[in-house]
Write a protein that binds this ligand. Structure first.
Ligand code: SF4
Length: 411
């Protein structure tokens, strides 16, 4: 499903994250021009641009840059581990525009005075990065070496502390932080872990400046973002301006008829279900999704067409999330299996929605990472959006769930 040409609606500058004809260096330089010399002044330009992280947390990048710049011998880590099974944007970026990510990585390093660069991504996409680095070396670019590490293939592999564990040679599991990683991360050194899409935006801001970056998006959330659209007639990775109307994304880009739309899971498996009725006045930004208690996260939008069972799908995802926990903390060892079993009971016509709400409340805010919180968010939103379906399951009259079960579509 990877590979639809990205469309940038409402952006006229012609500059796109995936605009180069090929991943090769000459096409990259033809498209964007060379990366100019970078100084610490880039940090102020990033603050002016208002660039926020595109990996899910949405933290202002300039603050992260400034934090590591104040320490000794900082390390910059480009994080391309999506974890989320539906997400493809970082893989597309690393295979189709690896030089833009590398530009951003080297620009970040130069801005904070670092010579230590790491790139962490699934093994399947590292080859394109290796080739890009070889091309730059052959072209005589004088840049720091980049150490490549294959990411674990787990849901939590891209979580910041899991990344640091993996880079240190340990299992890629999250851990409690005693200190901020910008003060003491890898090898005890200040460490910036930054999503690869965010770095690609940085590579463009270093060339075209903050004013250009703000020509897309909203004043509060400027720029474009990559999204992964699934469950639509046209699936794929698309580049859209922040603040775009969601119906324009799902029906315009995705080609789904408004009448064929039941709900959308916004923000991936840790995300929030939003009903089709609530989408009409909803835009793809933190501010535009707040009223439906959702967030763009890392840009995964999973559409549930009419005729498919949201409870059934949520039960499958909750079971997956329970399995993917690293079982280090109480909420994951005890609470997530209870949520998964309780949701499966609902699908089978038993179960108790009130009990699920209660357990969701018990796990929230009690893990070393946000895995229990994200799982609780998913469960709660499903109980709200698909509330009327619970009765259908009690009566055994949800045709779509029975059909899905018969064909083994979801385990
Ligand atoms: S909250 Fe869950 S996933 Fe996160 S570290 Fe603890 S056990 Fe692992």
């Amino acid at each position: 499903m990877i590979g639809h040409a990205p469309a940038v609606l409402g952006v006229d500058s012609g500059i796109r994250l995936l605009a180069a004809d090929s991943p090769q260096l000459n096409a990259h330089v033809d498209c964007y021009g060379p990366l100019p010399a970078v100084t610490p002044a880039l940090i102020d330009a990033v603050a002016e641009a208002g660039l926020r992280g595109r990996g899910g947390a949405g933290f202002p990048m300039a603050r992260k840059l400034a934090a590591v710049a104040s320490g000794r011998k900082p390390i910059i880590v480009a994080n391309g581990a999506e974890g989320e099974p539906e997400s493809r944007k970082d893989a597309v970026l690393l295979t189709r525009a690896p030089h833009l990510v590398l530009d951003g990585l080297f620009a970040a390093a130069a801005a904070v005075g670092s010579r230590s660069c790491r790139l962490y991504a699934p093994a399947a996409v590292l080859e394109s990065v290796r080739q890009a680095l070889a091309e730059r070396c052959a072209a005589g670019f004088e840049e720091p070496e980049v150490e490549l590490t294959a990411a674990a293939e787990t849901f939590l592999a891209g979580e910041k502390t899991a990344v640091l564990n993996r880079l240190a040679g340990r299992a890629a599991v999250p851990r409690d932080l005693l200190f901020s990683t910008s003060k003491s991360g890898l090898e005890g050194r200040p460490t910036l872990v930054q999503n690869v899409e965010t770095l690609a935006h940085l590579g463009l801001i270093a060339r075209f400046g903050p004013h250009w970056f703000r020509t897309a998006g909203t004043p509060e959330e400027p720029g474009t973002m990559l999204i992964t659209l699934t469950g639509t007639a046209r699936e794929g990775v698309f580049e859209v301006p922040a603040g775009i109307a969601l119906p324009e994304v799902i029906c315009g880009l995705g080609g789904t008829e408004p009448t064929g739309l039941r709900a959308v899971l916004i923000g991936g498996r840790h995300g929030t279900w939003v009903s089709s009725g609530a989408l009409a006045h909803t835009t793809l930004s933190e501010a535009g999704l707040r009223h439906v208690h959702a967030s763009p996260g890392a840009g995964v939008l999973r559409v549930l067409p009419r005729g498919q069972c949201g409870l059934y799908l949520t039960a499958a995802i909750t079971g997956y999330l329970a399995e993917q926990s690293t079982r280090q903390c109480g909420p994951c060892r005890n609470g997530l299996p209870r949520l998964a079993a309780g949701f499966a009971d609902l699908v089978h016509g038993d179960g108790n929605a009130g009990e699920l709400e209660h357990v969701a409340g018990l796990v929230e805010g009690r893990g070393a990472c946000h895995h229990p919180d994200g799982t609780a968010r998913l469960v709660r939103s499903a109980l709200t959006v698909f509330a009327s379906d619970i009765q259908l399951h009690r009566r055994g009259t949800c045709e779509t769930a029975m059909h899905a079960k018969r064909i083994g579509a979801l385990q």
